[in-house]
Design a protein around this ligand. Structure first.
Ligand code: ADE
Length: 417
């Protein structure tokens, strides 16, 4: 069988969700129309390891419209939408994904995508690339190049390149302005709040909301939490980011201090054990812990387990831990990315831009014969095109430079007048 999903009978419901997303993704719609005519991805075998959501389904169908044969697996054991992948499977996509996978099942799906023999990889977190490079090296020479969707993945791939381990070129879609400044900031900002609310339904106004980290994603979370009326504390290790948080009007302090006063904690760092045993020990009764970074290592869950004497699932995506000293702490979505596990990930409108970047990068890879191994930036004209089309789709007009202004910007001779 060319798919494995939880229940193929969910396809009609998934199809409606995909239609809903598609109608909110105008940039991808335009690319899809062109791809249908030009078939720039004819002959491409595309292996994708992405969060299997309705937005991803729209991307998959855009790549297929361009002539690619796509195989898809999820990029997190808890983020797959079973109805959406059923719809993809029912219309012929090779898809291997279901929600609530064991680690073994997760990698079984990654390996099915590798069996497809991808010539281009599209990864979110670099599990596909790292599996190819460590356990499936017999398929490596088929791959021309790949792209990476998320900060954590780009960090891993740059480390692979530094160690001389990376064997093919990767385009860092995450780092490009039309991705990072919009998806990471506004997307993560909104979807993280959405995940926390769906998992807990607590009031955010008046709560002490601790955001651990102040990268692009964390800035979005801190800003949106403030917008909901929370008193937001930011913790950081990078002095420049901390300074920026201070000047953005947030209270900044060490996590050890914030741990004593926070009601809600969200990790958004990409690092490991940022909320550690010593922080958990001093948290208030009733504190909630969530993670919005890619992997479930940011909160030290084994330490939480060790300090507790029991746990109960109170609601979907919310576990109560009864601590040995009598307090109760709550962990959302098992410490996996709360925005995708407890909600639907970023809204379609912002994934429109990220996935337009992905589709155009796949086309760029296919057209470029001589890419060398390394980590590449997205070409600037792709960014300009995506932002222009997005503005047009929103009905927003902008100004143009006059010839005189263009010349002025290019010259150095005119100073004080
Ligand atoms: N990453 C964050 N939000 C997403 C979404 N809606 N679909 C796919 N990947 C995502």
């Amino acid at each position: 069988m060319s798919y494995k999903v939880k229940d193929i009978g969910l396809a009609p419901r998934g199809e409606l969700l995909i239609e809903w997303a598609r109608d909110h993704m105008p940039v991808l719609a335009l690319i899809r129309s062109r791809f249908e005519l030009e078939k720039p991805l004819a002959g491409v075998k595309l292996g994708a390891c992405l969060h299997a959501t309705k937005e991803t389904a729209v991307l998959v169908r855009t790549l297929e419209a361009g002539g690619a044969e796509v195989a898809l697996c999820g990029s997190n054991p808890l983020s797959t939408h079973d109805d959406v992948v059923a719809a993809l499977a029912a219309t012929g996509t090779k898809v291997y994904a279901w929600r609530e996978q064991t680690t073994e099942e997760y990698y079984w799906c990654v390996n099915k995508v590798i069996d497809h023999g991808p010539t281009i990889t599209m990864d979110d977190g670099a599990d596909l690339v790292s599996t190819l490079h460590s356990k499936r090296t017999e398929k490596l020479n088929l791959v021309k190049a790949g792209s990476e969707e998320t900060t954590t993945g780009v960090i891993r791939l740059r480390a692979m390149h530094r160690d001389g381990a990376l064997k093919y070129p990767i385009v860092a879609v995450n780092d490009t302005p039309t991705k990072r400044m919009f998806d990471n900031r506004y997307g993560t900002g909104q979807s993280t709040i959405d995940g926390i609310l769906r998992a807990s339904s607590v009031m955010l106004a008046g709560k002490v909301f601790v955001v651990v980290g102040y990268g692009w994603c964390a800035r979005g979370v801190a800003t949106r939490a403030r917008g909901m009326g929370s008193h937001v504390i930011v913790t950081e290790v990078d002095p420049m980011k901390a300074l920026e948080a201070v000047m953005d009007g947030f209270q900044v302090m060490p996590l050890m201090e914030a741990a004593k006063v926070g009601d809600i904690f969200v990790t958004v760092t990409g690092d490991t054990k940022v909320i550690d045993e010593q922080h958990i020990r001093v948290m208030k009764d009733g504190a909630m812990l969530a993670n919005s970074g890619h992997f479930n290592v940011e909160i030290n869950i084994p330490a939480l387990e060790k300090l507790s004497k029991g746990k109960r699932r109170m609601r979907p995506d919310l576990d109560e831990y009864q601590m040995k000293n009598g307090r109760k702490l709550y962990l959302l979505a098992e410490g996996r990315l709360v925005n995708l596990a407890a909600a639907e990930g970023h809204p379609s409108e912002v994934m429109d831009m990220s996935f337009a970047d992905q589709a155009l990068v796949a086309e760029w890879i296919q057209k470029n014969k001589d890419l060398k191994t390394g980590v590449y930036d997205v070409p600037r004209d792709i960014d300009e095109m995506v932002s222009r089309i997005k503005l047009q789709s929103m009905g927003v007009m902008i100004d143009k430079l006059t010839d005189e202004q263009r010349k002025y910007l290019m010259s150095w001779s005119q100073g004080t007048v």
